[in-house]
Design a protein around this ligand. Structure first.
Ligand SMILES: [Ca+2]
Length: 332
């Protein structure tokens, strides 16, 4: 027989578990909720809108202006159940994820999804056209079945070595209810297959491949990285998605639509200050000048990164100092 103290302790632990549970849900990719089978009757129709917020104001460092300018690949979305993952943080990228993150090629991703569809782990696949700018929209209609109520998607950051934004297993159905609307910001991820540091780095395969990781303002912790902003605690959202349930009955599937939604364009301009970065000083130059007045020597440094958005301005790039010309010291 259990003592009352023991029972109180168990009760307290249960209460704690209830309160702590929401804290344990990771903030990154949305995870499927364990054991939450969708019991909704019939499918739901959604409009998925992807918005790029990749502006030179928000991401001034090395912002790609040409060959190619900043843009987004086609969006690849899949509705599925918990037996399928389009991509996953913390594990090595599949061949499909690698080829999409590095090259924007969807062939292997589609192949894997089609195979999973045969096993009924995937409901449907959708693609939208790419966006030729860092800021813009693409969208598609989704028809989501109760047995495949999870949504995953990927969009490649172009240009980039192996970077993408995405959603992993967002559940659109809670119990018997379809979600009406969900909006959230996307952060960049590194597929772990190319070691390039900057948007325009040449091909540099990572061998052996590393795990898929989120890119933050601090990680990778290297000043050369295009997303390294040590003054920011977190990166501004580079993109966002909105999934809205459509009221009309989903009688027809439109898997390849791409809507122009000018009224939805929300210009969320956040300006990221970028501090000036300069090289180390050169060595001192020759001491020049007449022996009667003493000489002067110079050293220089150059700008590595121009400041932007009220970042710290560049310091002096040239310095001079008095000295005794070499020829004068000889005579003394
Ligand atoms: Ca990488």
């Amino acid at each position: 027989m259990m003592s009352s103290d023991h029972l109180t302790c168990v009760w307290l632990l249960q209460v704690l578990a209830v309160f702590l549970k929401p804290c344990l849900v990771p903030a990154g990719p949305v995870q499927p909720l364990n054991g939450s089978e969708c019991t909704a009757k019939g499918p739901a129709s959604y409009l998925l809108v992807f918005t790029g917020h990749w502006s030179p104001q928000a991401f001034p460092k090395q912002y790609p202006l040409f060959r190619p300018p900043a843009q987004w690949s086609k969006l690849m979305a899949v509705s599925h159940n918990h037996h399928f993952r389009l991509w996953e943080e913390g594990v090595p990228a599949t061949k499909g994820v690698q080829n999409f993150a590095e090259l924007g090629v969807t062939v292997e991703l589609m192949k894997a999804a089609k195979e999973a569809r045969k096993r009924r782990s995937v409901g449907a696949m959708y693609r939208t056209a790419g966006i030729p700018n860092g800021i813009g929209h693409s969208s598609t209609e989704l028809l989501v079945q109760p047995q495949n109520s999870l949504l995953s998607l990927m969009v490649k950051v172009i240009p980039s070595p192996d970077w993408f934004v995405g959603v992993d297993s967002m559940n659109l159905c809670q119990g018997g209810r379809w979600t009406e609307e969900v909006t959230f910001d996307l952060q960049p991820y590194d597929a772990g297959t190319d070691s390039g540091f900057t948007f325009s780095s040449p091909n540099f395969p990572t061998s052996p491949a590393e795990k898929v990781t989120q890119i933050t303002s601090q990680m990778p912790n290297h000043p050369a990285n295009s997303f390294y902003y040590p003054r920011l605690t977190e990166l501004p959202p580079i993109a966002s998605i909105r999934v809205t349930r459509q009221s009309r009955s989903p009688d027809r599937q439109a898997p390849m639509s791409n809507h122009i939604l000018p009224n939805l364009i929300s210009q969320r301009i956040s300006e990221t200050p970028l501090d000036c970065e300069v090289s180390l000083w050169s060595s001192w130059g020759l001491c020049l000048g007449p022996c009667s007045r003493g000489g002067v020597r110079h050293r220089t440094r150059y700008i590595l990164l121009r400041p932007a958005n009220a970042g710290v301005p560049c310091p002096e790039l040239e310095e001079q100092a008095e000295c005794v010309p070499h020829s004068c010291t000889k005579r003394q």
